[in-house]
Design a protein around this ligand. Structure first.
Ligand code: NAD
Length: 381
């Protein structure tokens, strides 16, 4: 069973970011066994990993992270020496409707996994110095930043990816690793709580942990309740594009494969007990994203310019909607040499092309549960 150099659990590997992380590790490290632990909720889909499902170093285990006994037997039975924890309830709108599920999975689930990891850590072989527990979190734990420049300032950051036509910042402040936590939604509150538990396992028990807080990801395999895939799908099917408020909220966007590369680097080289922010140095107002998506989808489908503009539908703003998230990830750039590589325009081209070419995948994930949730969410707006 233990012919592999390392045995690593990736939780939430059937989800959006998790599937990219699993794919990267399975392909890049044939001598690691990658054990994907996922409960396959509405957001988990094994079709995301079709291309690697037969790889000899890949294993899928359907399990709920809240099941402590199961987590303990997994870490023991497979001699697990690294956990990359992505499993979570991840959609803010759902957290507003059903906060308990978020507390259960994101807080209790993380705690159950931590406790199992701690027992494995206490049973570790002599001389073991791994980073046992890598917790993936969000920049939303920091709360919101002021949107002081609604028309944008030139961004103070430059990276390999930053020749974007929209190289703006919408305020002067950025989230740093030292920014005080101030979560506003039940989702971000649950993630903040899990971050604190993870740190406490280092501070109390000496367990090696590392945490990263990342901005909004986009790319293939994202569940189409999130802005970018939802809107690509709606433009294609001539459905309304529900834009919250006036669409002026600002988010930083990072291509998911750049995030997966950062996770790989930090898993191997990050400093134990440290936190790293991960971001795209790439702020966009929601309404501008929507316009880019309309232009790109219309062009790819051969529609005349402006054909889908009338689909934009302004809807009542999300309760407690944070105005601006903007992340400063220069610590990661400085200390480990990571920066985003894909320009936003190219990332959007690749993403739109992927969703247009993968209608079957979209149909399979938008049937059933999600369809009724979507109808309920937007029925009265
Ligand atoms: P996702 O919703 O696409 O996937 C979550 C996965 O977790 C799914 O496969 C689901 O089946 C699984 N899961 C949910 N509950 C589980 C449970 N109780 N036990 C086992 N598996 C369970 O999420 P994502 O967008 O890929 O996000 C992954 C992680 O990254 C989350 O922790 C999220 O907070 C964090 N994050 C996401 C973003 C983003 O933009 N998507 C940004 C920063 C951080």
């Amino acid at each position: 069973m233990n012919s592999f150099k390392r045995n690593i659990i990736v939780t939430g590997g059937a989800g959006f970011i998790g599937s990219h992380v699993v794919r990267l590790f399975v392909n890049k490290y044939p001598d690691y066994r990658i054990i994907n632990v996922d409960a396959l909720t509405y957001a988990g889909n094994l079709a995301n990993l079709k291309d690697i499902e037969d790889a000899p170093n890949y294993l899928f285990v359907k399990a709920d992270i809240c099941d402590f006994d199961k987590m303990l037997s997994l870490v023991r039975d497979y001699g697990v020496d690294g956990i990359i924890h992505l499993a979570a309830e991840s959609h803010v709108d759902r957290s507003i409707k059903d906060p308990f599920t978020f507390a259960r999975t994101n807080v209790m689930g993380t705690l159950s996994l931590l406790q199992a990891a701690k027992i494995a850590w206490e049973e570790r072989p002599e001389g073991y110095e791994g980073k046992l527990f890598y917790h993936i979190s969000t920049d939303e734990v920091y709360g919101a930043l002021e949107l002081t420049h609604p028309d944008g300032l030139p961004s103070p950051f430059t990276t390999a990816a930053s020749s974007s036509t929209n190289h703006h910042a919408y305020g002067e402040e950025f989230f740093l690793e030292t920014t005080k936590y101030n979560p506003h939604s039940p989702y971000s509150a649950s993630k903040a709580s899990s971050d604190h538990f993870v740190r406490s396992y280092h501070d109390t028990y000496g367990m090696p942990v590392v945490i990263t807080n990342c901005s909004n990801n986009y790319g293939p395999y994202q569940f189409p309740e999130k802005l970018i895939p939802l809107f690509i799908n709606n433009i294609r099917h001539r459905k309304p594009l529900p834009v919250y408020g006036e669409g002026l909220n600002v988010r930083d966007w990072l291509f998911v494969e750049d995030h997966a590369r950062a996770i790989d680097l930090i898993f191997h080289k990050g400093r134990i007990a440290d936190t790293y922010n991960i971001g795209g140095f790439n702020e966009w107002r929601n309404i501008d994203i929507v316009k880019v998506l309309i232009r790109t989808v219309d062009r790819m489908l051969g529609n005349p310019e402006g054909y889908s503009d009338s689909l934009i539908t302004y809807v009542t703003d999300r309760a407690g909607h944070d105005l601006r998230y903007a992340i400063d990830s220069r610590k990661l750039q400085r200390e480990l040499g990571w920066e985003p590589t894909l320009q936003f325009e190219e990332g959007i081209e690749r993403t739109v092309r992927w969703y247009l070419d993968n209608q079957e995948w979209l149909d399979s994930v938008t049937s059933g549960d999600y369809q009724s949730y979507y109808e309920q969410m937007y029925a009265n707006r």
